[in-house]
Design a protein around this ligand. Sequence first.
Ligand code: FAD
Length: 523
Amino acid sequence: MPSFRKPTSLLLTTTLMLILIQSPNSLPTTLLTHPISTHLRFDSLSLSAASSDFGGIVHSHPSAVFLPSSPSDIASLLRLSYFSPHSFTISARGLGHSTRGQAQASAGIVINMPSLNNSITVSTDGMFVDAGGERTWIDVLRETLRYALTPKSWTDYLYLSLGGTLSNGGISGQAFLHGPQISNVHELDIVTGKGEMVSCSESVNPDLFFSVLGGLGQFGIITRARIALENAPQSVRWMRLMYTDFELFTKDQELLISIKAEGEGWRLNYVEGSLLMEHSLKSNWRSPFFSEKDLKRIKKLASGNEGVIYCLEASFYYDYDHGRNINRADKTQMDQDIEELLGKLSFVSGFAFRNDVTYMSFLNRVHDGELKLRAMGLWDVPHPWLNLLVSKSNIMDFHIGVLKGIMNTTKSMGPILVYPTKRSKWDERMSTAIPDEEVFYSIGILLSSEMNDLEHLENQNAEILKFCDQQGMNYKQYLPHYTSMEDWKKHFGKKWERFAEMKSRYDPKGILSPGQNIFAHSV
Ligand code: FAD
């Protein structure tokens, strides 16, 4: 044994020296002398990566970055903080796609979740996938497609971690049908703010399960999620319909999300929508969809409509064969059904476009745009995004007051998404705050600051929120950002009391996710 002691203490001495030299803040000795201290990083590269995010607006410097190799490393770290008389804050960082420092931990420790790299296991009998909370949705999709299976509910962009989207909601054009991603989770493994490792589901530890879903990282760190699967299609009929009238556009969206699936046949699988601005049609990163010829026509249509038109997106999944002969949809019948459906809609005549694409390229559509923007140096710019959930009864006022009023959409850079979804697809027990009305709209004002206009965009966001408040709108921020507890209380409304109670049960010292600015950290 002595032969072991010498190198270990040598290693410890070296680690301690590095810490003393490089760590700006003192972390407890119990941590610095613990075996897991070898997972800590103090170099400026690690620290600066952990103090930035996709938003590029907030920069909080942690004392160290932690690279776990297992969930029990995370549990040890949490326990060291919780039982220390000098506890420190800890934030899980998935892919850092937050926009307001939500995954940062000023003077605390940021856990670099991707270091876990847990396996992804598909159960074809149980129709579920088990994946580490650090895994990305694109990884999960690639693995499940090997079995001709797929998760049901998505985000528009797949390079996000399971833990990151499940801490918020996970919304895209499938949510009207299946609910958000948090409505499609069977089980979770959690490391709580006390360092306990707990499995939970609707029937086992349901309090923790529902609190964590949409819980903004406040109650525990998700180390495994079991996600529901369905049969995967091979192909997608992807359609875009143009409108010059916002009211007709939203009426048709509402009609489409009200259609019920008939028997085993085809059904509408995805409904979204966005504003298309004449000046940014070409640089819109969401999806290269239109031919040059179509783009010219659309641009002309927009220019005759004060520079802005409305684009309804709808998709149908088909071809479920995969050599197993399941649910093979009759394509000719699908064509007829779609024609019949289009006949009921009010888009501008001659402005219906379609593409038939593979399921993978449909789901991964934003990635192409990302690569283009990266090549132009326009990905790593500040993103003062504002995401709102606005009730159907306020959507016309929102259009007039915000989209046509406060915002000068004819100059805005970045997509503006507008699409309806259904409250009944959310479980009331989940933490995410949503408007109190069956149909509400997901609005993404996803602007980039490309021309030193960050201050202007920030002011605009503040004005939009003020307008919504003054009008008494039934709305909630999605991916919310507030800095005072009063605002958080208002945000959670009826859910606040329970949210605070669960916090005191699972993270009583306020160690977790300090970047959300909800609860104070008590040493
Ligand atoms: P991070 O930014 O790393 O973390 C976000 C929060 O979750 C932090 O509070 C963090 O502490 C916490 N967290 C991270 N991992 C864990 C974990 N394992 N356990 C517990 N807490 C954890 N959202 C949608 O709903 N729909 C969309 O279509 C959509 N599109 C997007 C497109 C782009 C280009 C971008 C940048 C974001 C988009 N988002 C969308 C928002 C996205 O879902 C959230 O920002 C999400 O939190 C990002 O995941 P992440 O892994 O980067 O999380």
